[in-house]
Design a protein around this ligand. Structure first.
Ligand SMILES: Cc1ncc(COP(=O)(O)O)c(C=O)c1O
Length: 446
């Protein structure tokens, strides 16, 4: 055995003993990729194999790996002030909160934390306290979507719909969380309707609110694209309809932009495709720093923040690493680069000219649906186009393995391939993605 192979075997042995890998069953023989380096949109493993990260590794890598300007921003901030208390002020946090209000195109105040889950926990708490402070103490229920994902910590796991994230922890769930089916055009929840699917789901939600009593509903959580749950892309009308319902019943519209924020749809935020919609609360994480350092944010409109300014209404959530100065400095640089390099225009253009080729896959028997906006794409695999029966797990594993052999990584949600390449992907990278996927799916066509 060579020294190199010995080193790899030792690493696997140590990992199997001591490192708890997320979402993987304990398996003594588990040998997943050991990444050692990243260049642009590609990760590189110990053997020097290169993989195009077509889902930006959990939708994080906005500007790819090895971005000198982000590294420099972090290094400079570390030299100046590596950390400070969230209970006082530091300049990167002030500037970032101001910049977020600017790009959200409204008057927003931001609470910083460290993960998408925590940003949504904070949103839950703020919404609940806001209603108490504004004379609506009975508003405690939250509506969210099946196929929605908002995080895995205890509060927001109530909001998420992922069944295994709940069923393994009996007794820890809280009442007051209501789920509704999303406007999933390929699998319409109410059969064929004359009105738009968005309208029929919105009508249904209004009916739910009436039956639950409007004075008990605190907020509606929604992702502009339900990415983790199969890349479901509602039309721009959906958020407009939800916004109208929220205004009518004094319910807060809480838009989770953890995946869709920072340019992935071709605009700063996914909600911006819906003209006239200004969410009450917006949550962000992942692409905000391009994953160079963890940082998350919960931005609230002035009408909410105002109620927390009154004496005795302090917000009692503390996140030690919340407005981390290094994270804030990196996020500011990330935003500056997206603006300066016109990356959102690039996303819209390359979506139209390159990723739109993915729609041609619909001619294959194995592909039931292709849907997308900007750089977010979902390809739904089926074993029978008529019945829409999902492709079986074994075949799906073979497809992902064949793509990995060719240097292509992406995330699946059950039978849906989810794509979300880094904003800095080159034209060649994106053609590689479409060509490789097309070749493999043709090989596996039924
Ligand atoms: C839409 C959305 N919200 C929240 C989260 C939770 O983020 P985190 O894993 O950083 O806690 C995720 C994670 O995938 C997500 O997709």
């Amino acid at each position: 055995m060579t020294n190199h192979n010995l080193k790899i075997d030792q690493l696997y042995e140590k990992a199997n003993r001591h490192l708890w890998q997320s979402l993987s069953e304990s398996d003594e023989n588990s040998k997943t990729q050991i990444a050692v380096k990243g260049e642009g949109a590609w990760s590189i493993d110990l053997d020097g194999n290169r993989y195009f990260e077509a889902t930006s590794v959990h939708s994080c890598l906005n500007l790819g790996y090895g971005h000198e300007e982000l590294i420099e921003a972090a290094t400079e901030q570390m030299k100046h002030l590596a950390y400070f208390t969230p209970a006082k002020l530091q300049i990167p946090a002030i500037e970032l909160a101001t910049k977020l209000s600017d790009i959200l195109q409204g008057n927003y105040t931001t609470f910083f934390s460290t993960s998408g889950s925590e940003a949504n926990e904070v949103a839950l708490k703020i919404a609940r306290q806001y209603h108490i402070q504004s004379g609506n103490p009975n508003k405690y229920k939250f509506i969210s979507h099946y196929n929605g994902y908002h995080g895995g910590t205890l509060g927001v796991q109530n909001v998420s719909s992922t069944p295994v994230f709940k069923s393994d922890f009996p007794g820890l769930m809280t009442p007051g969380f209501i789920h509704v089916l999303p406007p999933y055009e390929y699998r319409p929840p109410f059969g064929n309707q004359t009105e738009s699917i968005e309208q029929s789901v919105a009508n249904y939600i209004e009916e739910v609110i009436q039956r639950e009593q409007p004075e008990t509903i605190a907020g509606i959580f929604v992702e502009p694209v339900l990415f983790a749950g199969g890349c479901i892309v509602p039309s721009q009308e959906y958020l407009q309809l939800l916004s109208k319902i929220c205004r009518k019943y004094e319910i807060l519209l809480i838009v989770d932009e953890v995946v869709t924020g920072f340019g992935k749809t071709g605009k700063w935020f996914g909600f911006m495709h819906s003209k006239g919609v200004q969410p009450d609360i917006v949550t962000m994480a992942k692409g905000m720093t391009g994953a160079y350092i963890p940082l998350a944010a919960t931005s609230v409109r002035e009408k909410i923040y105002r109620t927390f300014k009154r004496k005795g209404n302090q917000f009692n959530h503390f996140s030690t690493m919340g407005p981390h100065p290094v994270g804030c400095a990196v996020a500011l640089k990330n935003i500056e680069i997206i603006e300066r390099d016109k990356l959102m225009n690039k996303v819209s253009k390359q979506s139209d000219t390159i990723l739109s080729r993915l729609h041609e896959l619909k001619s294959l028997n194995i592909v039931g649906d292709v849907r997308g906006i900007g750089f977010l794409y979902g390809i739904e695999l089926v074993s029978n186009k008529k019945t829409k029966k999902p492709l079986n797990d074994e075949r799906i594993s073979q497809i992902t393995a064949a793509c990995e052999d060719k240097g292509l990584h992406f995330a699946m949600d059950e039978n849906v391939i989810r794509l979300n390449p880094p904003l800095i992907s080159t034209e060649n990278d994106l053609h590689f993605l479409v060509d490789t996927l097309t070749a493999v799916l043709k090989d596996f066509n039924l």
